[in-house]
Write a protein of this length. Structure first.
Length: 144
């Protein structure tokens, strides 16, 4: 049976973290989670069950997506698959169908199998397995 992707993450890679955080906090998002040392590079919240909303700096985005240009900003639409092999299989099918790869599947620091492709309008689409706590590791803090 095919591993069906489920929309579960919206990630905005931003030019100015403080301005974007202020805007979304005025909108009602609680972006106060996370260690203070990471505030310049990553903020997140869960606005609804099963949905993750993240703000990332372009420097940090380049650590989890090798296809992300250094000064690029924009959206990454995240889809969860139920298995690690599901990420690899769907990525291979999308690339074989002619869609551009940004990040081939790999074991990401956040404990998931992760890959990124580009949709026809140029939006990044992340493919992510469930998190395996045994594979989580702390990434280096990006330097700007």
């Amino acid at each position: 049976m095919e591993d069906r992707p489920v929309l579960d993450q919206l990630n905005l890679v931003v030019k100015n973290m403080d301005e974007m955080a202020r805007f979304y906090e005025h909108l009602g998002m609680d972006l106060s989670q996370g260690p203070p040392a990471w505030q310049a590079h990553h903020r997140n919240t869960t606005p609804a069950p099963g949905l993750d909303f993240d703000l990332d700096s372009s420097t940090f985005a380049a650590t989890w997506n090798e296809g992300w240009a250094p000064d690029q900003h924009g959206v990454v639409i995240g889809f969860r698959l139920s298995t690690r092999s599901g990420v690899d299989d769907l990525f291979a099918r999308l690339v074989a169908a002619g869609y551009q790869a940004q990040q081939p599947p790999y074991d990401a620091f956040f404990g998931c199998r992760y890959a990124v492709v580009t949709d026809p309008d140029g939006n990044a689409v992340g493919l992510m397995s469930p998190r395996d706590p045994n594979r989580v590791r702390t990434p280096d803090l990006p330097s700007d």
